[in-house]
Ligand binder design. Structure first.
Ligand code: ADP
Ligand code: MG
Length: 328
């Protein structure tokens, strides 16, 4: 019996925690020693997710973001929580790096194009309606003041963190699991991921990118990426769009023109150190297009990416940053 003991001690177990949050699902995998439990961890995670939703969900009437949006006054100090402040700071970084391609104040346009909370319209709004909204769009219309204040510079400016909140949720949950003393785990919320350490078999975590075509099954894996102590986020427009006369109108909007992007980019995947940044940047590059997007990724340290474009004939073409590695 004694000879077996070291073997048993080294054996590992993988625990799965899953549930729903932010209008989607989440899945966590946590590697522990064979006899080690994770008692109480799910409650801590659900509590943290609850806090983040109470801060960033526009579906909650009295959430922090809803209260900010309802404040119809300029030049008034609005105090925010650390969570909200950190997302604003990361957002500012993505806004600056993308030269305004990512912009969390774009939501009136998202609503006008029928991709907002009011639901699908599947029709093109009149040009004058698009143009009428442009003056109130612009992340620079919100002043971010340390340690935790925001000021609207334009009374009607509003925020929507749809393109970045899942990534922030992933980072926040990774922090909870890390604080509980675990080193090897995978956090996933609605496809955005953070992979810490290794799987129970000692190999890096593996995540798949869906085939970015509207009729492809969710199980149709296009590329597989190995991750260790890295975040991974994907933005795509191959499921969320409508078509008029064969032209595709995406849920990602160019904040400068007010029109959905039509640059052929169907999917952007980013590997980076935080999922908040990866999530925001993936959306930014949907707007920037593959040339500017790739050159931005290659200029940034610790960021890699894969941009997929669809040619008019339906062919998919991949553009990889210099250090992006896939298994296939
Ligand atoms: P998803 O959340 O569907 O995985 P994204 O992370 O790319 O995809 O977020 C897309 C959402 O972000 C849109 O549905 C819309 O609410 C919002 N959005 C659209 N255009 C922009 C933009 N230029 N900058 C920031 N957010 C945007
Ligand atoms: Mg995103």
């Amino acid at each position: 019996m004694l000879v077996l003991l070291p073997l048993v001690c080294e054996a590992k177990k993988e625990h799965l925690i899953q549930g729903r949050t932010m209008g989607t699902t989440y899945h966590l995998k946590i590697v522990t020693g064979y006899f080690q439990g994770i008692k109480g961890l799910k409650d801590k995670i659900e509590k943290r997710l609850g806090e983040i939703n109470q801060s960033m969900s526009t579906y909650i009437k009295d959430s922090e973001i809803s209260r900010f949006n309802d404040l119809g006054q300029a030049d008034v100090k609005f105090e925010v929580t650390d969570d909200f402040f950190r997302v604003m700071q990361m957002g500012k970084k993505v806004y600056d790096l993308s030269e305004g391609a990512w912009d969390a104040t774009v939501n009136p346009l998202v609503d006008l194009w029928g991709f907002g909370r009011a639901g699908r319209k599947n029709k093109i709004p009149p040009k004058r309606q698009v143009e009428a909204l442009l003056p109130s769009i612009g992340f620079e219309n919100i002043e971010i003041i340390s340690p935790g204040y925001l000021i609207k510079k334009h009374a009607s400016v509003t925020l929507d963190f749809s393109s970045i909140a899942k990534g922030y949720g992933v980072d926040a949950i990774a922090e909870v699991i890390h604080r509980e003393g675990f080193q090897n785990y995978l956090v996933e919320i609605g496809g955005e991921v953070y992979a810490s350490g290794l799987r129970k078999d000692g190999q890096p975590w593996r995540v798949g990118i869906n085939r970015p075509q509207k009729d492809a099954a969710i199980s149709n894996v296009y590329k597989v990426v190995r991750l260790q102590n890295k975040a991974f986020a994907t933005s795509g427009d191959y499921r969320n769009f409508f078509e008029v006369n064969g032209i595709r109108y995406s849920h990602v909007i160019d904040p400068k023109t007010g029109y959905p992007v039509a640059n052929g980019v169907v999917s952007v995947s980013i590997v980076s150190n935080t999922c908040t940044f990866a999530d925001g940047l993936a959306t930014a590059i949907m707007v920037m297009g593959h040339k500017n997007g790739l050159s931005l990724i290659d200029r940034l340290d610790d960021v890699e990416g894969l941009i997929v474009i669809e040619k008019p004939d339906g062919m998919l073409v991949d553009f990889y940053s210099k250090g992006f590695e896939t298994e296939n």
